[in-house]
Design a protein around this ligand. Structure first.
Ligand code: SF4
Length: 338
């Protein structure tokens, strides 16, 4: 029972900027914003960054104001400052969750981001045309993203095209790739990946690709699989992996999910106190939670040929099966099973 964990960092998630989409495969549990105001969030991050510099240079801080990149001007500049504090080199702006605007408005939207150093525009597709709009759950989003990619290309941005692979959209991928090839763009890149096992997507196991589905992909879809494809495994393969891998202490970041209450709680404490209190809660929870080996033993299904891209994703699926019958007498929110 239980597992040892080593706390290596903290995620500071605010869910502060509205996501205007409602994807059926969303990795989040809810699209609702937390109501956290950016100036207070920024002050917290600045405090953590200063604390790290003074006391814990190895400690990781993972800020995320989210839910989308459709920030207002003040937040946009503040998010950029956070990236600089973190020495993050990513210069991406995501179209996921962005409200539909006219071409002129999108040009301005893109220009604003370019002035702040963005050089790559990222669009995620879940099929061609109506198929994408169904999964994205927003009529017209396919067209909006395609037009924005063309505009961004003409303005000299790099393009990144991400494709969510679902059993339901496989037949539409050739048409999607044809259209994306037509967009072109210098330095554009494309990668495809299966569903996350998190948020709303936890309910979509029937859409998860199996090993045989991957084998049937056309050469150009196969060529677009994300660079870690060699590490993706079916459940059957993850079971073998877990059985043959000795249990050891696991490194992880604790999550501080910021809403009004959690922010006030953190503001009333030093960074050291926040980290110590959260770490204690997480260690206690993981000590009482089933170990990975136990989850695998109790919930693993060797008949399942569906593919998960890391063991953490697989484990969440095992946990969801386990919790229907097993002992869950621990603080679920202080784990990554939440
Ligand atoms: S755009 Fe992203 S955050 Fe918004 S609903 Fe879709 S997957 Fe979720």
């Amino acid at each position: 029972m239980g597992r040892e964990i080593i706390i290596t960092g903290i995620t500071l998630h605010a869910n502060g900027t509205t996501c205007y989409h409602h994807c059926r495969y969303c990795q989040l549990r809810s699209y609702k914003t937390s109501g956290v105001l950016f100036p207070r969030y920024l002050a917290l991050i600045e405090r953590f960054v200063a604390w790290r510099a003074a006391h814990r240079p190895d400690f990781e801080i993972w800020p995320w104001f989210g839910n989308s990149d459709d920030h207002d001007d003040e937040t946009l500049e503040g998010v950029q400052r956070i990236d600089e504090m973190q020495n993050w080199v990513s210069r991406n702006a995501l179209l996921g969750g962005v409200a539909h605007r006219t071409r002129t408005e999108m040009r301005e939207w893109l220009e604003k981001r370019r002035r702040l150093g963005v050089d790559t525009i990222v669009a995620t597709f879940s099929g061609h045309g109506d198929k994408h709009d169904y999964w994205n759950n927003m009529p017209g989003n396919y067209q909006f993203q395609m037009e924005t990619l063309r505009l961004a290309r003409d303005m000299g941005f790099r393009l990144q095209q991400r494709v969510i692979l679902l059993r339901d959209n496989l037949a539409s991928l050739e048409a999607l790739f044809d259209e994306l090839d037509g967009v072109g763009g210098a330095d554009s890149e494309r990668w495809s990946l299966p569903l996350f096992y998190s948020g709303l997507a936890r309910r979509l196991e029937a859409e998860r690709l199996t090993r045989s589905d991957f084998e049937m992909l056309s050469p150009r879809v196969r060529a677009s699989l994300r660079s870690d494809y060699a590490n993706w495994r079916s459940e059957r393969e993850w079971i073998e992996f877990v059985r043959s891998t000795p249990a050891e202490a696991e490194e992880m970041a604790v999550d501080l999910r910021l809403d009004e209450e959690a922010l006030s709680w953190a503001e009333a404490r030093s960074c050291e106190e926040v980290v110590v209190e959260l770490s204690e809660k997480w260690r206690t929870a993981y000590h009482a939670a089933p170990s990975r080996q136990e989850l695998c033993l109790v919930s693993g299904d060797e008949r399942n040929d569906r593919v998960y891209f890391n063991v953490g994703q697989m484990e969440k699926a095992w946990f969801d099966r386990y919790r229907t019958t097993g002992n869950c007498d621990f603080d679920l929110r202080s784990t990554h099973f939440f």
